[in-house]
Design a protein around this ligand. Structure first.
Ligand SMILES: *[C@@H]1O[C@H](CO)[C@@H](O)[C@H](O)[C@H]1NC(C)=O
Ligand SMILES: *[C@@H]1O[C@H](CO)[C@@H](O)[C@H](O)[C@H]1NC(C)=O
Ligand SMILES: *[C@@H]1O[C@H](CO)[C@@H](O)[C@H](O)[C@H]1NC(C)=O
Ligand SMILES: *[C@@H]1O[C@H](CO)[C@@H](O)[C@H](O)[C@H]1NC(C)=O
Length: 405
């Protein structure tokens, strides 16, 4: 009896050790990719546990972990996209700034693991909700204050005139190593609380904005196909989301719509010192197709999906709003101007008028750009039913009914 149970004990211990060994080998191998982070925090513990008891506990913890990770491992961990080293042989490559070189190395990468997902933002597969306006706000991990104010103001999730408004922030990651992990932890907390952040594991940089757009559209195709319209914009704009509903309300999003601050003719900047520098190697033509300023534009769900499909065929250009224009042009679709969208700064009828006078904002759709504090103040002013506007705001055009093709 004693012997048998001892043998069983030995067997069990051996099995456990073997198991733990396998797990260790597994985690050592997976350490080369930097995700998922939770595995990393466990990795340290395994190495330091000496006695069997401890390793047994860690093992069962790990097994639980592993089980819950397996799902995401198979779904969400595509192989990390490798830099295209042959790029370095291209004539002129050495003359580019490290940022441009970096862009060129990773230009072909379109798929990055999702860190924070929102599977039920639009009601999930079983009970899709009729989202009328999805606010897709480009943010970055550090912009906590901006997000916080938007949640309380124009990006509040609500219904207006019976139309449902929902919000997602789209972000990548910032920093490296410990700093990156700490920021990710903060963002995860925020996500848990508000359920409004989509995060992917790529560097959130100016030149990766197009990548962010493409990743969002891919998400939308999977999780929120039914959204009728989208406001795609920055986290420092003032958006009159109620006016947007008024503007769009007689439409269902099944036709082409893409409107904002239309830039009909723009030329690629060939001066390397420009923030928007685009060398010939990245974009050959002398002129960009018409596009809408990226501070904020409205588009239908239909057009969003068309753009996503086209994007598979069009090489990434680092300037995200121009890239949208390129996708539209490839489909022979046109972006339309909307006078209520001012992404290039203030439009003030007269210099005598106070620029913080909410009467200017009342009939607009979107204005660039504001500090969180100003957004908070102006939103409350504009929402005030007793707001008296002493002069006519006729220079600020009331939204037209949607023009669709
Ligand atoms: C994997 O999925 C589990 C449960 O589904 C979740 O708790 C965990 O946060 C996910 N991990 C990652 C890295 O997405
Ligand atoms: C890598 O760069 C070379 C040189 O520009 C190019 O010909 C090739 O298509 C690129 N590969 C990928 C996977 O993008
Ligand atoms: C874009 O993100 C990828 C993945 O994190 C990164 O390797 C690359 O350097 C980034 N590109 C730029 C231009 O910042
Ligand atoms: C509204 O439509 C009129 C006539 O079609 C046009 O002239 C005007 O620019 C449009 N306004 C807006 C805000 O699009």
């Amino acid at each position: 009896m004693f012997r048998i149970s001892r043998i069983t004990d030995i067997c069990v211990t051996t099995l456990l050790l073997l198991g733990a060994l396998l797990v260790l080998v597994y985690f050592n191998e997976s350490q080369t990719d930097s995700y998922p982070e939770s595995i990393h925090s466990y990795h340290g513990k395994v190495e330091h546990s000496e006695d069997h008891k401890a390793s047994h506990t860690v093992f069962s913890l790990l097994r639980g972990r592993l089980k819950s990770q397996m799902g995401n491992l198979s779904q969400n961990l595509p192989l990390r996209c490798e830099r295209n080293t042959t790029m370095a042989n291209v004539y002129g490559f050495d003359s580019f700034s490290p940022m441009i070189q970096d862009f060129l190395y990773y230009r072909h990468c379109r798929s990055f693991p999702i860190i924070l997902d929102l599977p039920n933002k639009c009601g999930g597969v079983d009970e899709p909700e009729d989202i009328f306006l999805l606010l897709v706000i480009k943010s970055s991990p550090n912009n906590y204050e901006r997000r916080e104010v938007l949640r309380k103001t124009w990006a509040k999730e609500r219904s207006y005139k019976g139309k449902m408004i929902r919000r997602v922030f789209i972000i990548g990651t910032d920093g490296t190593g410990l700093e990156k992990e700490q920021l990710n932890n903060l963002v995860r907390l925020e996500h848990k609380h508000y359920n409004d952040i989509l995060q992917w594991d790529f560097k959130d940089s100016f030149y990766n904005l197009t990548l962010k757009q493409i990743l969002f559209l891919e998400w939308m195709g999977r999780r929120c196909l039914q959204a009728r319209f989208l406001l795609n914009g920055d986290d420092d704009v003032f958006a009159q989301t109620d006016n947007m509903i008024e503007y769009l309300q007689d439409n269902d999003g099944s036709k082409h719509l893409f409107t904002g601050n239309l830039i009909k003719i723009a030329f690629p900047k060939r001066d390397p010192s420009s923030k928007y520098f685009v060398p010939l190697l990245i974009y050959e033509k002398d002129v960009y197709p018409p596009y809408c300023g990226g501070g904020g534009f409205l588009l239908s769900g239909y057009t969003a999906l068309v753009i996503y499909k086209m994007s598979a065929l069009i090489q990434i250009l680092p300037i995200d709003d121009v890239y949208m224009g390129m996708c539209l042009a490839a489909m022979k679709l046109k972006p339309d101007p909307h006078m209520g969208v001012k992404t290039l700064g203030w439009y003030i009828p007269s210099k005598k008028i106070d620029k913080y006078d909410p009467c200017h904002l009342k009939d607009l759709l979107l204005l660039h750009k504001f500090s969180p504090r100003d957004i908070y103040f102006l939103w409350n002013e504009v929402q005030n039913p007793n707001l008296q506007c002493s002069y006519k705001t006729s220079t600020i055009v009331k939204p037209n009914k949607t023009q669709t093709v």
